[in-house]
Design a protein around this ligand. Structure first.
Ligand code: SF4
Ligand code: SF4
Length: 272
């Protein structure tokens, strides 16, 4: 439910997912006649910070797009908990992915908590890439958007990303499913899809690199784009069940191409 002014913080880990969800939420509100702002904030992910987005929806003028206290926080990954703490007040509704975040960890920092087992449903029913749409369904429903209207607006905004009719249909189903999920209060799903797999770190005298198995979807775009063959398909499997790349730090020339092309913020190499 959107009030006179509703202040929402979205928090997750790496990649564009969090930002897409936040940006589309703001666009949906504008479509409904509200004023809305969206400001992305990417932490220093290499040091484990999360990806955060500020959204304000208001019937009146929005004078400043950032804030200290949130009405609603949507948190998708455990690692983001430390970064959302300072935005929580006794009145903040913290909506969390209960299939990746332990309820006891949320309760250490928030009193008003609402769960949705988003990762579980995305991974078991629609595939990892439908996660964003499923979360948009959850949030859209929570804010009171009509399901059909929700899809029409989301489709308009994201249609260039749906490369085939099949992908479009899957995302539509994920969004509609998300909008129907019964939110959990008091009793939560088991956090059986924990994403904190531990980062793979690489280092030599000149550079250091990171690959995040919890974010990597195994698309291997980075392997394809690396100009010197420093990345290759590895034998380890990441959170999404696909083989993740391996990095030969000695071959790397720190060009930054892998980081630029990775759609999920799962790889980076920097000079030391
Ligand atoms: S570009 Fe590379 S690191 Fe990024 S998701 Fe694809 S395989 Fe993983
Ligand atoms: S920084 Fe450049 S050379 Fe190094 S792994 Fe990435 S794409 Fe390859």
């Amino acid at each position: 439910m959107i009030h006179e002014t509703t202040i929402i913080l979205f928090a997750g880990e790496g990649g564009q997912g969090v930002q897409t969800i936040a940006e589309v939420t703001a666009a949906l509100a504008i479509g409904k006649g509200y004023n809305a702002t969206y400001i992305p904030y990417f932490g220093v992910e290499q040091r484990g910070a999360s990806s955060i987005a500020y959204v304000i929806i208001s019937k009146g003028t929005i004078y400043y797009p950032r804030f200290d206290d949130a009405d609603i926080i949507v948190v998708m990954r455990e690692r983001a908990l430390k970064d959302i703490k300072r935005f929580i007040t006794p009145n903040t509704d913290v909506i969390f992915d209960s299939s990746t975040i332990e309820a006891k960890d949320i309760h250490k920092i928030a009193t008003k908590t609402i769960g949705f087992p988003g990762s579980k449903y995305a991974l078991t029913k629609f595939g990892a890439k439908s996660y964003n749409l499923l979360v948009l369904g959850v949030i859209g429903n929570y804010l009171g958007f009509d399901k059909t209207e929700l899809w029409e607006n989301v489709f308009e905004k994201l249609k260039s990303k749906f490369k085939s009719k099949e992908i479009e249909e899957k995302n539509k189903l994920a969004l509609e499913f998300g909008a129907k999920i019964v939110l959990e209060k008091g009793e939560y799903s088991k956090a059986e899809f924990k994403a904190d797999l531990g980062d793979k770190l690489y280092r030599n005298k000149e550079r250091e690199g990171i690959i995040k198995p919890s974010l990597c979807k195994g698309c291997l775009i980075c392997v394809e784009k690396c100009p010197v063959g420093a990345l290759s398909k590895g034998s380890e499997v990441g959170f999404f069940g696909a083989n993740i790349p391996d990095l030969n730090i000695e071959k790397c020339i720190t060009c930054g191409i892998c980081k630029r092309f990775c759609p999920d913020g799962a790889v980076a190499v920097e000079k030391r």
